[in-house]
Design a protein around this ligand. Structure first.
Ligand code: DGL
Length: 265
């Protein structure tokens, strides 16, 4: 089936999931919306995040998508259930796949979750982890400065490195062997994060397991695209195009991505 797969996030973070989706599902066409103008979602109320997430999903419906990937943990935490109940296509989030990846990786069942204020407050990762393994111990930390840092494009230099080290200071007294990047923006900071937590901690995101879930779901419903889809990927942002373009070009290695601006009220 040639229809596109929709992917949504509050900004550029979901592109870290798109990267894995493109690798795992090279025949599929993806249509992405990053709600950059209203990013970050992390400090917003659940009702507001739910409303925004639904607006993005409704907009993708007009592209006749065959599946939706909510590539935002904050949106997954508050809107996944209602989207799954009400959309006429399968909807996949990133929290359960991230929890599954952590349970597979941990040796001592001690897992640290980094996320936005909204995701950490929701307790969604703890619930998913406990559903998979009742014995696992968790520690979580909200990192409100990380999303604006990534969205500014300044995620590689010394400033980012210092900001990450400072934010993660409260973890020094905690014990864990696995760390979940529970926000899709954080893989762009993962080298700094790895440096702080050291080589004995496995740092992982939900991208790979999410791509596995998308693959399994496409196969289950027999809606995968069996030959290379001739349609190019499309990228929409509610913010400014240049920064979006730089990150798409660098991170996804797409030379001349098609990017358009959209807006929501
Ligand atoms: N990428 C989003 C997430 O995974 C970032 C949320 C935000 O905009 O604060 O949670």
């Amino acid at each position: 089936m040639n229809a596109p797969i929709g992917v949504i996030d509050s900004g550029v973070g979901g592109l870290t999931v798109v990267k894995e989706l493109m690798r795992r599902l090279p025949n599929e066409q993806f249509i992405y919306i990053g709600d950059t103008a209203r990013c970050p979602y992390g400090p917003r109320s659940s009702n507001e995040v739910r409303k925004f997430t639904w607006q993005l999903a409704e907009s993708l419906k007009t592209h006749s998508i065959k599946m939706l990937v909510v590539a935002c943990n904050t949106a997954t935490a508050v809107a996944l259930e209602s989207l799954q109940k009400n959309c006429p296509f399968p909807v996949i989030g990133v929290i359960f796949p991230g929890a599954r990846a952590a349970i597979k990786a941990t040796k001592r069942s001690e897992i640290c979750i980094l996320g936005t204020a909204g995701t950490i407050k929701s307790g969604a990762y703890e619930r998913a982890l406990k559903a998979l393994s009742t014995s696992c111990q968790t520690v979580s930390l909200a990192c409100p400065s990380f999303v604006p840092l990534v969205e500014s494009g300044e995620y590689e230099g010394d400033f980012a490195k210092e900001m990450v080290a400072k934010t993660l200071e409260p973890l020094q007294k905690e014990a864990f062997d696995t760390l979940i990047l529970g926000c899709t923006h954080y893989p762009l900071l993962q080298e700094h994060i790895k440096e702080v937590v050291g080589p004995n901690v496995t740092v992982l995101s939900s991208a790979e397991e999410t791509a596995d879930d998308v693959y399994e779901t496409l196969t289950y419903f027999n809606i995968q695209c069996n030959q290379a889809n001739a349609m190019p990927h499309l990228f929409y942002t509610t913010g400014s195009i240049p920064m979006f373009r730089t990150i798409i070009e660098n991170w996804l290695e797409i030379p001349s991505p098609i990017i358009e601006q959209i807006s929501f009220k």
